[in-house]
Design a protein around this ligand. Structure first.
Ligand code: SF4
Ligand code: SF4
Ligand code: SF4
Length: 273
């Protein structure tokens, strides 16, 4: 059964425990360790830290101040990350099959295959894959849904860490039913919408909030249908020259891999003797 995460931003206190746990589990650079100031710890005017989701921060806690009808200000906290679409556009456009959707939910990528064409970044309706701009051979990076923890029967690091249980891990269907029930039972606390139930054909990561999702930066212009249905429409807009370079690089990657595999089998053959 596909797994999911239900993110309840009404419960979130903005402690950034999920962001820190994510960095720790994924061995991502922490304070003063990121390759550029843009990715490092520095408060933005909106109190986010670092300023944006980036290739070294897979989970990014954001703060919102929203005026109430009575003129008071309400605080809201939300963390953004890859939503692990049920039918992901990023997987469908990758020319070298570097991205893959697992049956239990995660959309993962293979660093050794990615050659940095950024098709996935352009295809993603949620603008989630981030690029290592400062690297000589840049690769795409994003939340992994902690697939390696799931394989060991553990929940994702962010869900395990969250003190007020604002990130719940479980079967997607059960989480969806729980989300609707919570909204139904608390109409004064929740805005009546489960973000991710239908966006892009449905996502593994879903949100419930106190306010309309667009007020917390969630993209509500996303189509409700699965995006790979639009893949060919998207690919047809890519200039022929870029497509040719991607195909060339994809071919180069394939032959390089074959050559390395050939070398590896020769090496292991020598060792066996
Ligand atoms: S949110 Fe974007 S990067 Fe994540 S699975 Fe969906 S299409 Fe891929
Ligand atoms: S699921 Fe894992 S990789 Fe994704 S945000 Fe949570 S801790 Fe980070
Ligand atoms: S750990 Fe939980 S409460 Fe803290 S910022 Fe993340 S989602 Fe919010």
């Amino acid at each position: 059964m596909p797994k999911g995460l239900l993110i309840d931003t009404v419960r979130c206190t903005g402690c950034r425990g999920c962001q820190s746990a994510c960095k720790q589990w994924n061995l991502l650079p922490g304070w003063g360790e990121a390759p550029s100031d843009e990715y490092d710890t520095s408060f933005s005017p909106t109190m986010t830290n670092p300023p944006q989701l980036n290739a070294y921060t897979y989970n990014h806690v954001e703060f919102y101040e929203i005026p109430k009808d009575n003129g008071e200000i309400s605080w809201h906290f939300i963390h953004t990350r890859c939503l692990h679409c049920i039918d992901p556009a990023c997987v469908s456009v990758c020319p070298v099959g570097a991205l893959q959707k697992f049956d239990n939910g995660p959309v993962v990528w293979d660093q050794t295959r990615c050659f940095g064409c950024r098709y996935c970044q352009n295809a993603c309706p949620f603008d989630m894959p981030k690029f290592q701009w400062e690297q000589a051979w840049p690769k795409i990076q994003k939340c992994t849904f902690c697939w390696n923890r799931l394989e060991e029967g553990m929940e994702p690091a962010c869900a395990k860490t969250c003190p007020p249980n604002a990130i719940e891990f479980g079967e997607r269907d059960e989480l969806l039913a729980r989300a609707h029930e919570r909204i139904r039972n608390n109409p004064d606390k929740y805005y009546d919408y489960v973000y991710g139930e239908h966006e892009a054909g449905g996502t593994s990561i879903m949100y419930i909030n106190a306010v309309a999702p667009e007020k917390l930066g969630l993209n509500t212009d996303v189509k409700k249908e699965s995006y790979p249905d639009y893949t060919w429409e998207f690919l047809s807009k890519i200039p022929v020259e870029i497509a040719a370079i991607a195909a060339l690089l994809g071919g180069t990657w394939y032959f390089r891999k074959k050559r390395l595999e050939g070398k590896a089998s020769v090496t292991s053959g020598k060792e066996a003797k």
